[in-house]
Design a protein around this ligand. Structure first.
Ligand code: TXA
Ligand code: MG
Length: 307
């Protein structure tokens, strides 16, 4: 059931559902999530069951504001405070030592917890009422993350008390995950908040994390149902994403600017899936720093379609 997210009755309905241990479809600025009370192990188990997600893949805990960080994180280093000040609410997730109140199932048994404050008015309004919410992306394991309420798979939607519709997600790909629990800050998942931006705030070098990735950041991930191939140019008859003018009705022209590209990427792949094309060709984006996260998602989607 899709409800208008900005309506106070919808928020009350969703708040009650969360307090009863149910799951709610949540809009964020990155992608839609499946939210449950992060401190209720039974509710969190519902997320893993509904997604078909392996239990060794920890969830992100979402907060209404950085003031609640102390409830979740056992230590909040200076770097976390600086980054929170600059980027929250926003698409940056910080991995910190966890407090014992956070159940093992939420963090997949790790002694760290991933946290972020999302920049979406509907998410923030719900979080104000419910307290900390665990929320992974609202896709089944290894599928595309939805960036619109109506792109949530019907099987997932069937397991939710409601979906709060917050319109299309502005950022369009998942948050940057940065590990601050050890020595050198390390990127576990690239996102639109780049290494360069983080370094400019911290004034120290960040490990871009090529050798270390989040648990559950499998090479197969982020894939449309249709196989995907990265190419230099699309042929006149190919289906897919191009930077040039479309040459048939199965070609989608993508923006040349990375933020706009990211915001449209999953929606465009979803549309091609729906059209039922046999192979999605994607014209290779540029290699620059601002394209790292986009290239990461596309490479994973392409790798997943080789076998
Ligand atoms: O933008 C986003 O981050 C979205 C929206 C809904 O907030 N959420 C999202 O959640 O993408 P999910 O569950 O699809 O991805 C969470 C990522 C995974 O790669 C997971 O391994 C990593 O965060 N993660 C969570 N807790 C962690 C921890 N304690 N240590 C290391 N990585 C962690
Ligand atoms: Mg995900």
């Amino acid at each position: 059931m899709i409800l208008p997210g900005s309506d106070s009755q919808s928020l009350d309905f969703a708040t009650k559902a969360i307090s009863e241990g149910k799951l709610v479809g949540l809009p964020t600025e990155t992608v839609y999530g499946i939210a449950a009370n992060a401190l209720d192990p039974a509710a969190v188990k519902g997320i893993f069951d509904l997604k078909g997600r392996p239990s060794d893949n920890p969830l992100i805990v979402h907060l209404a504001s950085s003031e609640q960080l102390d409830r979740i994180a056992a230590e909040v280093p200076k770097a976390a405070i600086e980054l929170a000040k600059r980027f929250w609410p926003g698409p940056l997730t910080l991995v910190l030592p966890k407090r014992p109140e956070v159940p093992d199932i939420t963090t997949a048994g790790l002694d760290t917890v991933a946290v972020r404050v999302p920049a979406h008015p509907v998410a923030l309004a719900l979080l104000e009422k419910t307290g900390p919410l665990a929320a992974p992306s609202a896709n089944r394991f290894m599928q595309l993350s939805p960036t619109r309420a109506d792109a949530i798979d019907s099987q997932i939607a069937g397991g939710l008390a409601c979906i709060l519709d917050g319109g299309p997600c502005e950022v369009g790909i998942e948050s940057t995950v940065l590990d601050l629990s050890g020595g050198t800050p390390t990127i576990l998942r690239p996102g639109m908040i780049s290494v360069e931006l983080i370094e400019s705030v911290l004034g120290v070098q960040v490990d871009a994390g090529e050798s270390r990735r989040s648990p559950g950041n499998y090479p197969r991930h982020y894939s449309p149902r249709t196989p995907l191939r990265l190419v230099r140019e699309l042929g006149a008859d190919d289906s897919g994403l191009t930077f040039n003018g479309p040459r048939n009705e199965r070609q989608i022209q993508m923006p040349a600017e990375p933020r706009a590209y990211a915001s449209q990427l999953y929606g465009a792949l979803h549309r091609l899936d729906e059209l039922g094309v046999e192979l999605i060709h994607v014209q290779l984006p540029p290699k620059g720093a601002k394209w790292v996260a986009i290239n990461d998602r596309l490479t994973k989607a392409a790798e997943s379609s080789i076998s």
